[in-house]
Design a binder for this molecule. Structure first.
Ligand SMILES: *[C@@H]1O[C@H](CO)[C@@H](O)[C@H](O)[C@H]1NC(C)=O
Ligand SMILES: *[C@@H]1O[C@H](CO)[C@@H](O)[C@H](O)[C@H]1NC(C)=O
Ligand SMILES: *[C@@H]1O[C@H](CO)[C@@H](O)[C@H](O)[C@H]1NC(C)=O
Length: 376
């Protein structure tokens, strides 16, 4: 800016000095002035179309007064908004883009909010993260939320929201947590529509119903799917074995593999040292699934695990097992799925007898995983 003024001044001086005989403008100056005018124009256009941190600030203040109207007594920290600073990027629970020009995240979790959901979140056109968990929100999710196309993270867990779920517009979503609410109806309105980038989906503890056996086939990035404690029916989804974690316990799902009780989480923390799989696990006779992938267990597999009569899935993928495949795996006759991908076996598929296990759900899939083991 300063440079521009100097440019303009020196040009005027030139004009008066030389009595306008030589009225060639300094070409460098004119370019700068042109750029300046362009910048002014662009800034104008942007603020007219409403995309600035100031617009976001106004909508946040709408949100604040909406919340204050519904919650006259107990209020969360949103009531401090606009008190210390007028810059919304500094307000509690608000995050902004790196250039501080747009609001990209709103965290109102645990904020003592009751009543209906705000129905103008779509006015934050760059909103990527929205966390409204642990409040007492009731009613339905407004249609407006479906227009938040940039949302990557949505957490509505631990509220009393109800109604049917139609989230077809949230196609950028990577993490979705709707657990512990009162949603009902089929989830086929939302899946696979929003599957594209989804990594985590938690729908547990609701009243969802309907079949699930095909809905998640297209969710190729999905790693954690929790459908537990609902009223889902039909057959179990057989694609689950490629997930890191899957639970459909406490539903009405039937089929070739009944509802699983997974212990995966219990032992999946990475302790950083090599230890054997606890032999005590062998005494939990009801155990149907044991997911111990991505760990550093020692390669000695306790024989006590053979006692698990109901064990249908055993996942010991990515445990850094090397050498020949452990002979004991060939004796897990009860298994429907054995996942050993991501280890560094050199051989042993037939010498262990694993290739002869007969109960596998989908032989094609399992064989593929074994090949993967040997070649990669
Ligand atoms: C949502 O916010 C925008 C921007 O402040 C405003 O123009 C619009 O009227 C609001 N819509 C609703 C339904 O409140
Ligand atoms: C959602 O919020 C709850 C409660 O605040 C939290 O425990 C949970 O981890 C969150 N879910 C995800 C997927 O981040
Ligand atoms: C899903 O949410 C429930 C309750 O909020 C929680 O207990 C469970 O661990 C979550 N599941 C996953 C896979 O994060």
């Amino acid at each position: 800016m300063f440079h521009l003024i100097v440019c303009a001044l020196s040009q005027r001086l030139k004009f008066s000095d030389r009595n306008m005989l030589e009225d060639k403008a300094n070409p460098r100056c004119s370019t700068l002035i042109l750029v300046f005018l362009l910048l002014v124009l662009i800034t104008d256009v942007i603020s007219v179309s409403g995309n600035s941190v100031n617009t976001d600030r106004k909508i946040l203040l709408n949100l604040k007064s909406f919340l204050e109207k519904q919650n006259r007594v107990n209020r969360g920290r949103y009531s401090e908004w606009n008190q210390g600073s007028s810059n919304p990027c500094k307000w509690h629970g608000i995050s902004c883009s790196p250039d501080m020009q747009r609001v990209t995240g709103i965290d109102l979790s645990d904020s003592k909010i009751s009543g209906e959901m705000f129905n103008n979140f779509s006015a934050f056109t760059q909103l990527q993260r929205l966390d409204l968990s642990r409040n007492t929100l009731k009613g339905v999710v407004p249609d407006d939320l479906n227009s938040c196309h940039s949302l990557v993270y949505l957490n509505l867990s631990h509220n009393i929201l109800g109604g049917e779920l139609k989230l077809t517009g949230l196609t950028s979503l990577q993490k979705l947590d709707l657990s512990t609410n009162r949603f009902h109806g089929e989830v086929s309105f939302s899946f696979p529509a929003i599957c594209n980038r989804l990594v985590v989906a938690n729908l547990s503890m609701n009243h969802f119903s309907g079949r699930i056996d095909k809905l998640f086939d297209g969710c190729l990035n999905l790693q954690y799917l929790d459908l537990s404690s609902n009223k889902f029916t039909g057959n179990i989804w057989t694609g689950f074995s490629r997930l890191v974690e899957f639970s459909v316990s406490e539903n009405l799902v039937t089929g070739p593999v009944p509802a699983f009780k997974f212990l995966g989480e219990l032992y999946s923390e990475k302790l950083g040292f090599i230890r054997p799989i606890p032999s005590e696990l062998g005494s939990i006779s009801t155990l149907e699934g044991l997911l111990l992938g991505d760990n550093s267990f020692s390669r000695v597999i306790q024989e006590s695990l053979l006692n698990l009569r109901n064990l249908a899935i055993l996942d010991l993928s990515m445990n850094k097992f090397g050498g020949e495949m452990q002979e004991v795996f060939g004796r897990f006759k009860q298994l429907k799925s054995l996942v050993l991908q991501g280890n560094s076996y050199t051989d042993g598929l037939s010498s262990s007898g694993v290739h002869k296990l007969t109960k596998f759900v989908s032989t094609g899939l399992k064989l593929q995983q074994f090949f993967w083991t040997f070649t990669g």
